[in-house]
Design a protein around this ligand. Structure first.
Ligand code: PMP
Length: 417
């Protein structure tokens, strides 16, 4: 008899029977409030009726219309719909299945378009687990340790992490830009540097919004040096932060946007968007994959974007995000273990620290486990595992936010007394 590998680190013992909206109904008969959304994926909630209907209809038409062999309608429709949300000028799109694949595709594209070898990513970034994506990732030990050598040509520059350094944001940004300039002067000169890749909010690295001035500084350097500016919107995109793209909080236009996760409410599809002129610099056929742009996933993607539009889910994410944030900040005076609360929209992180101010992963884990007891599903993140991330669906209600906050308070009490 086979069993599931211990290589999978299981966050909860819950076995799902079915789910709807913000709720998971488990085989143990319990009903859990799901503030994990499958790691920020089920953007329109579990089994939104419109997404279910679109997927059901497509399953009966064609499931696998391999899109470099025959084109299919859902992908054309998705491209048209996604185009309504893409930054001006990013008018060319292709598809893959996962976030990591899309990251790899963006690196391949930046290298081919510039003829340069190196990529610069930033401390605490998470870009995926495949070898290329893992080489860009520094969000935690387990993502890269033990399987070196990883992809070459990657340099990692400091992230402006004001809280960690104990600085104000301007100081952190000035420091990180100075270090980046130094790296461009000494280790990876512009002539050798194909791209910068960054998340608009560090996800697995601890739910830390990237300061707008830092993104703007990267844009300016990318322009000055002919470097491709890649924004990894896999976790922060599609309305999650209360604007459609996480980078919309800054005054920048990326050269490449990568999206996945929330794009199709749980059906696996990712997209890479760039100006046609940039895409045209790569060889036709240099990108693609058997399962990329799956027809059912694309149909679910179209339905997802329509629901986000019709139900005003981006502004709901902003409003409910404010409510969630205010509730989390209210907890801070009662629980000294909470060192920092931060995030944007419905992407909020609570960092746990000891009295000495060092990362407290034991408490974060105890709170996450106690939350399961309070029938609230949460995840941890951060390089030290001491951050709880809260990622409700974009259509979460005020009642659900309040219920989540009271369950969270209960879990904090259980874990700290
Ligand atoms: N980039 C970011 C910002 C992510 O959050 C993730 C997934 N957590 C990925 C890339 C990788 O996506 P996937 O797990 O679908 O490969």
């Amino acid at each position: 008899m086979a069993t599931l590998s211990p290589i999978l680190k299981q966050a909860t013992p819950v076995v799902v029977d079915r789910a709807a909206g913000s709720w998971i109904y488990a085989t143990d008969g319990k009903k859990y409030l799901d503030f994990t959304t499958g790691i920020g994926v089920t953007s329109t909630g579990h089994c939104h009726p419109d997404v279910v209907a679109a997927a059901r209809e497509q399953v009966g038409k064609i499931v696998h219309a391999q899109y470099t062999t025959v084109m299919h309608k859902p992908l054309l429709q998705l491209t048209e719909k996604l185009g309504e949300f893409l930054p001006a000028g990013l008018d060319s799109v292709f598809y893959a299945t996962t976030g990591a694949e899309a990251v790899e595709a963006s690196i391949r594209l930046a290298r081919m378009a510039t003829g340069r070898p190196n990529i610069i990513s930033f401390h605490g970034g998470f870009h995926g687990r495949t070898v290329g994506a893992a080489s860009l990732t520094t969000a935690g030990t387990k993502f890269r340790s033990g399987f070196a050598p990883i992809m070459g040509g990657v340099n990692i520059s400091p992230f402006p992490h004001a809280y960690r350094y104990g600085w104000d944001e301007d100081t952190a940004v000035a420091f990180a830009l100075k270090e980046l300039d130094h790296l461009l002067q000494t280790i990876s000169t512009p002539a050798d540097t194909a791209g910068f890749i960054i998340e608009p909010v560090l996800g697995d690295g601890g739910y830390i919004p990237t300061p707008p001035a830092f993104l703007e500084g990267l844009r300016e350097r990318a322009d000055r040096h002919g470097i491709v500016f890649i924004v990894d919107e896999v976790q922060a995109g599609v309305g999650r932060t209360g604007k459609f793209w996480g980078h919309d909080w800054a005054d920048v236009r990326p050269d490449i946007v990568i999206t996945a996760k929330g794009l199709a409410s749980g059906y696996p599809i990712s997209a890479i968007a760039a100006p046609t002129a940039l895409m045209a610099k790569a060889w036709p056929g240099s990108q693609g994959g058997t399962y990329g742009g799956n027809a059912v996933a694309a149909a679910a993607g179209v339905a997802t974007l329509e629901v986000i539009d019709r139900e005003n889910l981006v502004s709901n994410a902003r409003d409910k995000g404010k409510e969630l944030r205010a509730g989390l900040e209210n907890l801070q005076p009662d629980f000294a273990v909470i060192g920092n609360v931060r995030g944007r929209g419905l992407m909020q992180g609570v960092e746990f620290t000891t009295a000495a101010g060092t990362p407290d992963s034991a408490t974060a884990l105890a709170v996450q486990q106690a939350a399961v007891g309070a029938e609230l599903l949460l995840l941890t993140c951060g390089p030290y595992g001491n951050v709880i991330r809260i990622i409700p669906p974009l259509n979460v209600t005020s009642d659900e936010i309040q219920s989540g906050l009271s369950r969270f308070r209960q879990a904090l009490k259980t874990a700290t007394t």
